[in-house]
Design a protein around this ligand. Structure first.
Ligand code: UDP
Length: 316
C-alpha cells in the first residue's frame, strides 16, 4: 500500500510509520510540526519508501500519485495543548478531517480517523462502550477537543454513507510510550519525567480520578487490524486496566525506582475543569471483531517508556 499518515511526526503517528514501513508499505508522513517533532522520524530519513511533507492539514492537501490509505492522526490531544490552542484544535478536527476525507475519496483510498475516548466526555456509563453517546460540555475548556472529534466522527460516517468511502473510526484511550513529548503536560510524561529527575510527582486534586493506560505498540496493532477490516462503526482501543491517578503515581515510582515525593496540587486554571472522573474502555468490540487485546503490561510499558525518557533527558 501507499499510505498517508497525518500527524506522522507525532507520538502515535511516527510509530504507525515504523510499523507500515516494516511491513513493506510506502509511507508519506504529513505534519506541520506544531506538536510533532522531526526527531520522531529522524531515523527514517533516507528510507527509500518513506517521505515527509511539512503541511498543515487545515489547508487544502495535495499529494501526488495514488494512495491506498489515509490515516488522520493529526491532532492536539494533550489537554494543555488544546487549552493553549483551542481554535487550531477545532480546525484540525473539523477542517483537517474534511480535507483528509476529501483526499481519500478522490484517491479511492481507505480512511481511518483517530478519534478519542473524550467523545464520552465525563462519562455516566462505566466502562465506556461504543454505543454510549457521551456526556460532553460543549462550551467548557475541553469542548474544543471533544466536539471537534465528535464532528470528525459525524463527518467520517457521512462520507461513508453518502460517498461510500471505506472509513474506520478508532476511539483511542490514554496511550503512552517512547516518543511522547516530554513537556506535553499529560500525566504520563509529567510523572515519568518528574520521577526520573527526582522531582515531586504532581497529582492534581485528590488523585481519585481514574484512567486506563495502553502501551503504544498495542494500540498500533489494533489500528492496523481495524484499517484492514470492513467495519465502519467506531471501535474503542485501550487497555482496560483501570487505576486512580494516585495509584498510577505510585506505580511510576515503583517502576523507575524513584524516591520522588508525591505532591497534591489544586490547579486554579482551567486544566482540571470537566476532567473526566473515570475512564475505562470496554473492548468487547475490538476483541470480537479484530481478535485484539493489549499484550504489554503497564510495568513493562512504563519501563520501556522510562528508558526512552532517560535517553532524551540526558540521564542515561
Ligand atoms: N494529572 C495529574 N497530574 C499531572 C497531569 C495530569 O494528576 O501532572 C491528571 C489529570 O487531572 C487527569 C489525569 O491525570 O485526571 C490524566 O490527565 P492527562 O492530561 O494525561 O489526559 P486526559 O486523560 O485527561 O486526557
Amino acid at each position: 500500500m501507499r499510505i498517508l499518515i497525518t500527524g506522522g511526526a507525532g507520538f502515535i503517528g511516527s510509530h504507525l510509520c515504523d510499523r507500515y514501513l516494516a511491513e513493506g508499505h510506502e509511507v508519506i508522513a504529513m505534519d506541520n510540526l506544531s506538536t510533532g517533532s522531526e526527531a520522531n522520524i529522524a531515523h527514517l530519513a533516507g528510507h527509500p519508501r518513506f517521505h515527509f511533507i511539512k503541511h498543515d492539514v487545515t489547508h487544502y492537501i495535495y499529494v501526488a500519485g495514488p494512495l491506498d490509505a489515509v490515516l488522520h492522526l493529526a491532532s492536539l490531544p494533550s489537554p494543555v495543548d488544546y487549552l493553549n490552542f483551542p481554535i487550531q484544535t477545532l480546525k484540525v478536527g473539523a477542517l483537517g478531517t474534511h480535507n483528509t476525507l476529501g483526499l481519500a475519496m478522490a484517491k479511492g483510498a481507505r480512511y481511518l480517523l483517530a478519534s478519542t475516548s473524550e467523545v464520552y466526555g465525563d462519562p455516566l456509563v462505566h466502562p465506556q462502550r461504543e454505543d454510549y453517546w457521551g456526556n460532553v460540555n460543549p462550551v467548557g475548556p475541553r469542548g474544543v477537543y471533544d466536539e471537534s472529534k465528535r464532528f470528525a466522527e459525524a463527518l467520517t460516517m457521512a462520507y461513508h454513507r453518502y460517498h461510500g468511502v471505506e472509513t474506520h473510526i478508532v476511539r483511542i484511550f490514554n496511550t503512552y510510550g517512547p516518543r511522547m513529548r516530554l513537556d506535553d503536560g499529560r500525566v504520563v510524561p509529567n510523572f515519568v519525567r518528574q520521577a526520573l529527575k527526582g522531582e515531586p510527582l504532581t497529582v492534581y486534586d485528590d488523585g481519585s480520578r481514574t484512567r486506563s493506560f495502553c502501551y503504544v505498540d498495542d494500540l498500533v496493532e489494533g489500528i492496523v487490524r481495524l484499517l484492514a477490516s470492513d467495519f465502519h462503526e467506531p471501535v474503542n482501543l485501550g487497555n482496560p486496566r483501570e487505576m486512580t491517578v494516585l495509584e498510577f503515581a505510585r506505580k511510576v515510582l515503583e517502576v523507575t525506582g524513584s524516591a520522588s515525593p508525591i505532591t497534591f496540587i489544586h490547579p486554579t486554571d482551567e486544566r482540571t475543569r470537566d476532567d473526566p472522573k473515570v475512564r475505562c474502555p470496554d473492548i468487547t468490540r475490538a476483541r470480537e471483531l479484530l481478535g485484539w487485546e493489549p499484550r504489554v503490561s503497564l510495568e513493562e510499558g512504563l519501563a520501556r517508556t522510562a528508558a526512552d525518557f532517560r535517553l532524551r533527558l540526558g540521564l542515561a
